[in-house]
Ligand binder design. Structure first.
Ligand SMILES: NC(=O)c1ccc[n+]([C@@H]2O[C@H](COP(=O)([O-])OP(=O)(O)OC[C@H]3O[C@@H](n4cnc5c(N)ncnc54)[C@H](O)[C@@H]3O)[C@@H](O)[C@H]2O)c1
Ligand SMILES: O=P(O)(O)OC[C@H](O)CO
Length: 332
């Protein structure tokens, strides 16, 4: 049977994954939901997303693109969730567990559901009764902008059902996309959430004037912070140096394309949170994630000085200069 894959979300990562699915040679039907009706009309007419990665040619049938989320979900057996975590509940607000029953749900989101303080897999399992065996996670290191340029990139597909992860990985592989499979769904998700926070820290440091030497210290402390946290939440044997953990942290903390780093840089340079957000047409997930992590870590009590400093700057209005100066005393 030909797999039917639906993309939920119209941003840059959604556009990049649509490109991968289209460039992959195996037979499949692709459906695409986005909330912006004007963008849909534009894509149907001109074959390009007007708002994100507009150089990417969209080669799916016009009728397969719609703003009717229930209709799109009904047609597909693989549903890729790809809106920022802050909007996931709102996006799925009209969808019932019954409508998702029997479908494989793939999270391309790197964030935490606000209020629930749950990673996406947990949220899908608890709120929509999706069996863990039917949940998959797509992780990087991979930036949408480089996918658009067909720069060689590696993805990790995680699921407790590694056979399913392997099958789905084969739908994404192309000349420029290589895929790995992992069974560490919780560690992969949490590491992806945390690295956005450390990329904000990296941007703040750059913004207040620290150089590459200190940034290297910050990031080597950040990977240890990630390891402490994922080991506390889901203690299995894992190599934190694998690309899905360390690689994802490095690309987000150093890349010119990173929204989180760009956002942090603006905060370091003195922008308020609101003005930095207005300046960017894109979402820095780490801003929302650091607040959720602050609450989640009340339970685990893991030592996370970098995450705590970012929270203090973004949510308690502490001075980036002072907070980063205090942080330097805690790193090694
Ligand atoms: N861009 C990347 O390179 C990349 C890579 C890996 C993972 N991700 C993850 O993919 C997810 C989607 O991010 P993105 O990069 O595509 O986002 P983006 O910043 O490119 O686009 C923003 C998206 O948010 C949507 N949006 C904005 N306001 C909304 C609202 N009120 N309600 C519903 N939707 C709204 C927009 O329609 C658009 O789809 C995030 O979790 C991100 O961490 C992104
Ligand atoms: O790299 P950023 O900061 O654009 O974040 C988006 C995704 O989380 C990348 O993995």
């Amino acid at each position: 049977m030909i797999p039917k894959v639906a993309m939920i979300g119209g941003g840059s990562w959604a556009t990049a994954i649509i490109k991968m699915l289209s460039d992959n040679f195996s037979a499949k039907e692709i459906y695409w939901w986005m909330r912006n009706a004007e963008a849909i009309t534009h894509i149907q007419k001109y074959k390009h997303n007007p708002n994100y990665l507009s150089s990417v040619e969209v080669r799916i049938p016009e009728d397969n693109i719609s703003d009717d989320i229930a209709g799109i979900i009904k047609k597909a057996d693989y549903i890729i969730l790809n809106v920022p975590a802050a909007f996931l509940k709102e996006t799925l607000s009209t969808i019932t567990p019954e409508q998702l029953k029997g479908k494989k749900i793939v999270s391309a989101i790197k964030g935490i559901v606000p209020d629930e303080n749950q990673i996406i897999g947990e949220f899908l399992h608890l709120k929509y009764n999706i069996p863990l065996d039917d949940i998959l996670v797509i992780s990087g290191p991979c930036h949408a902008e480089e996918v658009a340029l067909e720069k060689l990139s590696y993805l990790t597909i995680a699921s407790v059902n590694v056979g399913l992860a392997g099958f789905f990985a084969n739908l994404l592989s192309t000349r420029y996309i290589k895929t790995n499979v992992s069974d560490d769904i919780f560690g992969t998700e949490y590491a992806a959430v945390l690295k956005n926070i450390y990329a904000i820290a990296s941007g703040i440091c750059h913004g207040v004037g620290y150089g590459d030497n200190f940034q290297a210290v910050l990031i080597s402390n950040a990977i240890r912070e990630i390891k402490r946290f994922v080991d506390a939440v889901h203690p299995i044997t894992r190599d934190i140096k694998e690309s899905a953990y360390l690689g994802d942290l490095l690309v987000t903390a150093y890349s010119q394309f990173s929204r989180n780093r760009t956002f942090g840089n603006m905060i370091g340079k003195g922008y308020t949170v609101k003005s930095a957000q207005l300046e960017m047409n894109m979402i820095a997930e780490g801003y929302y994630a650091v607040s959720c992590m602050h609450h989640i870590n009340k339970k685990y009590k893991v030592d996370m000085p970098i995450s705590r400093a970012v929270y203090a700057i973004l949510y308690e209005k502490h001075s980036p200069h002072i907070e980063m100066r205090l942080l330097t005393e805690q790193l090694n």
